[in-house]
Design a protein around this ligand. Structure first.
Ligand code: ADE
Length: 230
């Protein structure tokens, strides 16, 4: 899968996309991720990506031309399945959406900007707007990193134990059960006996019960979806 990210602050995306599972997926060729600096698509010598807002509102707005040039350049190279814009007024992002996006071949993510972008871009170029939560970030770069991370880890071969991505919290609207490692007892704090029993069936039953209990207590909204088979 290929993800092209267009940003005015590409430096912000460097670290999150160059470590751990995402880095390994890139190194193995499972995910191709390219970050493009919007300024590279400006024609004026000052490489200005923003301008004053019509109507006298405070703050500068990202111009349509460099965005058009960036998206048109990418689209001239290959077909894109989705052109995403990150914004707090987009659709709330969920695991279900991450699963869907992980099945696409090529996507573009245009990072939002705290001062806004010319609305014609959203109307004419963007196929999907995503919010990663009901709070406002200074820009869409961190949201783009979150979206990219959540997609790439789902790609076949990205995680060495390929069953583990499927048993994540949220995959079935269920929170994951607690996990433990050695020592089995630490300063009187014990790992639940069942996990040491070696009885696979009992362990699986225990995990499911814990998942259900944690979901009911911590995320009653997800638990309701579960009961309604959503
Ligand atoms: N840009 C600023 N805030 C955002 C959010 N919550 N989600 C996605 N993009 C954003």
């Amino acid at each position: 899968m290929r993800i092209d990210i267009i940003s005015v602050l590409p430096e912000l995306l460097e670290s999150p996309l160059n470590h751990s599972i995402i880095k390994r997926a890139r190194d193995k060729g499972i995910a191709e991720i390219y970050v493009h600096n919007l300024r590279d698509f400006c024609e004026d010598k000052h490489r200005r990506v923003d301008d004053y807002a019509f109507g006298g509102d405070a703050g500068m707005v990202i111009k349509i031309k460099p965005v058009d040039k960036a998206i048109s350049f990418l689209k001239s190279q290959r077909k894109y399945d989705e052109i995403i814009y990150t914004s707090p007024d987009g659709e709330p992002y969920t695991q279900k959406e991450a699963n869907k996006l992980s099945l696409k071949k090529n996507i573009i993510i245009l990072c939002g900007h705290y001062k806004g972008i010319d609305h014609r871009i959203r109307e004419h170029f963007i196929t999907k707007e995503i919010s990663i939560g009901d709070y406002v970030l200074t820009g869409g770069e961190l949201a783009a990193a979150v979206i990219t991370d959540s997609i790439v880890r789902l790609l076949p071969g990205a995680i060495s134990d390929e069953t583990s991505a499927l048993s994540d919290s949220f995959q079935d609207n269920l929170l994951a059960p607690p996990v433990y490692t050695r020592p089995a007892e630490y300063k009187g704090m014990k790992v639940p006996d069942v996990l040491l029993s070696g009885n696979f069936k009992e362990i699986e039953d225990w995990k499911l019960q814990e998942s259900l209990e944690r979901t009911k207590v911590l995320r009653p909204d997800l638990f309701d979806k579960l009961s309604n088979n959503e």
